[in-house]
Design a protein around this ligand. Sequence first.
Ligand code: BG6
Length: 504
Amino acid sequence: MDTNHIHVIFGASGDLAKRKLIPALYSLYVQNLMPEKFLIVGAARTDISNDGFRELMGESIKKFYRYDDFSKLNEFLKHLFYEKIQYDDINSYQNLSDKLNKFRVDKEINGNSIFYLSTPPSLYDVIPLNLALVGLNNESDGWKRLIIEKPFGYDLYSALKLKEMLLRNWKEEQIFRIDHYLGKETVQNLLVTRFSNGIFEPLWNRNYIHHIEVTSAEKIGVENRGGYYDNIGALRDMIQNHLLQVVGLIAMEPPSSLEPIFIRNEILKVFQSLHPIKIEEVPFVSVRGQYISSYVNDEYVKGYREENNISPESKTETYAALKFYIDNWRWGGVPFYVRTGKRLPTQVTEVVIHFKPTPHFLFSRKNIYEACNKLIIRIQPDEGMLLEIGIKTPGQGFEVQNIDLDFRYSELRNQRIPEAYERLLYDTINGDNTLFARTEEVIAAWKFLTPIIEAWKNNPDIPLYGYPAGTWGPLEANKLFEDKNITWHYPCRNLSDNNSYCEL
Ligand code: BG6
């Protein structure tokens, strides 16, 4: 397939382009993974020359590219151009189209193009429509791909509207919806762990698994994203997309091949099998919280309502925890617990598979929780896997203690873990949409969460618990577990230091 192309980044002067996209494209270039001929055209409202844009992006690469290899930087920057644009002015798009045509003739590149919308979601209707109006969606002279970032809508209604609006001018195969979690090496490893190891499949079901936890904790607060976050909250920001995608990969059936369509179909089936939560059940299967000020290591940490661009009366949740089920033969009756929050004690994302205890306790154990084997799949940081098993404590009698069999990615020699955006941009260039969200998945995820969104909005009896910054969120989240002996697994930055209230 011809992968030579022009890559247009709308919103090129924004944070995402500077921190992630341009450094990721540079990284692909350094690894000789960019096609022979390519141009990157930054498009935004800022008035800046080609040279000014190159200088700015050069600085970003120096700051955000993770490796110390800038030998190809000047060569790479020669591929960068800039075009000032007014997003709502059709003439701007006509100028862009003329410019792209000129580039194509000069550099002998056919019509292949990627349009990356690194812009606020409010422009997701304007830009694709205007591109289509000037014919930039037309594939007669080469492929055209549109990349959009989450959020894909704000609720079910707006997601359906966005779907309808995009599909009016673009085909589903042309739309690449980025969920950067799917670009993470360790998230992709969920597929490999499950389907390249015969030992897991017989155990990966309701007969052997007691419950499953997915946690994504962040140590940081809302930072400078208050304007966006205060309208979104943790449920929409993390669970609707990233964490449900992780659940999809854990719960899916084996695909019949690695063809994108087969993998995506299996994930979609999981989303469609999520047990619908009734609005009256919401108080019993969900907990929400908001961080309040506290002292962490003797330093004052602001509460959410004191952050920039946050309403002092904001009811937006910065912590969300859910319990739900998947209605199918593999998972019937197995609870899934998913939680996420900002200003928790540490940054960590992981999946914990809790296996059922042995049917008969031969050896003394304090509680059922202690006797469950656990498989921890660490997505970040200290990426790796850990299996917790019981062994005999050396000495008299038959005391049992748990030990860890663990593996860390850092133990692999000479292997660099690519950044999520590298993988996703590479796949877009190569037309592989396995790791992108399909419209039906997005809609199914919104449908599942709608009762929670509505109940949280309309039922004042559902509390929004305050939790001090630097703690693991509201203690009420433990009530989601029916058995008092079971609580959340408390991970630390270091994979093996689990279940302690790790240091802040
Ligand atoms: C983004 C959310 O999608 O993911 C952010 O909007 C969150 O609020 C981020 O901080 C987390 O990503 P990661 O890769 O740091 O886990």
